[in-house]
Design a protein around this ligand. Structure first.
Ligand SMILES: [Zn+2]
Length: 73
């Protein structure tokens, strides 16, 4: 998931405790880019590069499930 903490945007893995600082909190959410290797599963769920391989098979069977970050109002 994507969340603000201590004036920074963090992306947190849905499957393990890994999280990564991705941007300053003042950055509009729609401008945030996923760090390389991370997958946006949609519905505010993300997985880290370590967990991503377990998802590739699932995503192959469900095209469109993985999406880029987009504004969500
Ligand atoms: Zn992970």
């Amino acid at each position: 998931m994507l969340a603000v903490r201590d004036d920074r945007w963090f992306v947190k893995c849905n499957e393990c405790p890994v999280r990564m600082d991705v941007a300053p909190a003042r950055m509009p959410k729609e401008h945030i880019r996923m760090p390389s290797g991370w997958i946006d599963l949609g519905d505010r769920a993300h997985v880290c590069p370590q967990c991503a391989p377990r998802w590739t098979e699932t995503l192959r069977g469900r095209p469109g499930l993985a999406t880029r970050i987009r504004p969500r109002d």
